[in-house]
Design a protein around this ligand. Sequence first.
Ligand SMILES: NC(=O)c1ccc[n+]([C@@H]2O[C@H](COP(=O)([O-])OP(=O)(O)OC[C@H]3O[C@@H](n4cnc5c(N)ncnc54)[C@H](O)[C@@H]3O)[C@@H](O)[C@H]2O)c1
Ligand SMILES: O=c1ccn([C@@H]2O[C@H](COP(=O)(O)OP(=O)(O)O[C@H]3O[C@H](CO)[C@H](O)[C@H](O)[C@H]3O)[C@@H](O)[C@H]2O)c(=O)[nH]1
Length: 328
Amino acid sequence: MKLLVTGGAGYVGSVCARVMIEAGHEVTVVDNLITGNRDAVPDAADFVEGDVSAVAADVLGGSRFDGVLHFAAQSLVGESVEHPEKYWYGNVVESLDLLEAIRRTNTPRLVFSSTAATYGEPESVPILESSPTRPTNPYGATKLAIDHAITSYTGAHGLAAVSLRYFNVAGAYGGAGENRRVETHLIPIVLQAALGHRESVKIFGTDYHTDDGTAVRDYIHVYDLARAHALALESAVAGRHEIYNLGSGSGFSVRQVIETCADVTGLEIPVEEAPRRAGDPAVLIASSDKAISDLGWSPTNTALPTIVADAWEYTRALGDRAHSAPRA
Ligand SMILES: NC(=O)c1ccc[n+]([C@@H]2O[C@H](COP(=O)([O-])OP(=O)(O)OC[C@H]3O[C@@H](n4cnc5c(N)ncnc54)[C@H](O)[C@@H]3O)[C@@H](O)[C@H]2O)c1
Ligand SMILES: O=c1ccn([C@@H]2O[C@H](COP(=O)(O)OP(=O)(O)O[C@H]3O[C@H](CO)[C@H](O)[C@H](O)[C@H]3O)[C@@H](O)[C@H]2O)c(=O)[nH]1
């Protein structure tokens, strides 16, 4: 297939672009590089720099595309609470422009990066696709709004669409991984602290109703996630919008993640206890049964030490290219 990958210079998008190319697809990346890195775009992909709203219509209009993988977004929970305007414009308005470009060019398929954050604080875990969607932060609310827009477009215009609700993505694949200018995600932060690129890791909240008082998340390997995108593209049916949760199915607390990183790296990781971060639910664990039965997907790298080991190998190999590396 000929595919447009928005956000393909970012973490998940750059891994998925690689996996799509390995599967024989032709990839064009659109990215404005606000958080992504130009050198993360695979050499075999075409690259167009710009906002989705500014360039996607021209790219899709320039030749016939078989599908769009839409990763481009602002995706920091804490920032979304402080600057919701960045999220409503940057996520919702940008995505509406993309949907219009898809409609006008009759591009048949869309796979959208939705998120566990659409559910908010769950009534029970594991979270099903039928669980209530009550986002606790603007980031999740904007992703839910886009999911609703996609449902309307599939019904009215015959688009074949799949939203994948990722839980916490981690790990690395094929020389691509997490290397953001501003990092807020737990595993890369812990590994940066192990390398001495930051003084310590702050544990946001030690008073949650969990076994050790810290928040629990379901970590999914980025390669498993990328394979789900390939299956989602193949499974998409015109006029339908399917939604699938993607996680590994078990939860790890912030303290357990830090301990696993210490074991994998063999290094000491200084920690500090800090107040809860605004907008963070206590426990997020996925049921991925729907993806397993409908897509024939199964996560293969579910062990947290494997996920952390792959992230660690990537982080160490970055050397001076790491945005967190001390500058001379
Ligand atoms: N990382 C996770 O744990 C996680 C979990 C659930 C969902 N997601 C979703 O997956 C997607 C990718 O996340 P990520 O962690 O790779 O983020 P990222 O910040 O590494 O990548 C996002 C990319 O999109 C680009 N971008 C942002 N807005 C753009 C725009 N308007 N036009 C063009 N390019 C734009 C950025 O420059 C960046 O390269 C996002 O939609 C995110 O919401 C991520
Ligand atoms: O320095 C840190 C960073 C994070 N945390 C904690 O670690 C957990 C995981 O935080 P991340 O920032 O790594 O991930 P989030 O769960 O906030 O969010 C991620 O997963 C969500 C879905 O679960 C969203 O989709 C979002 O895009 C993605 O970044 C949270 O309890 C957070 O408070 C810390 O204690 N210290």
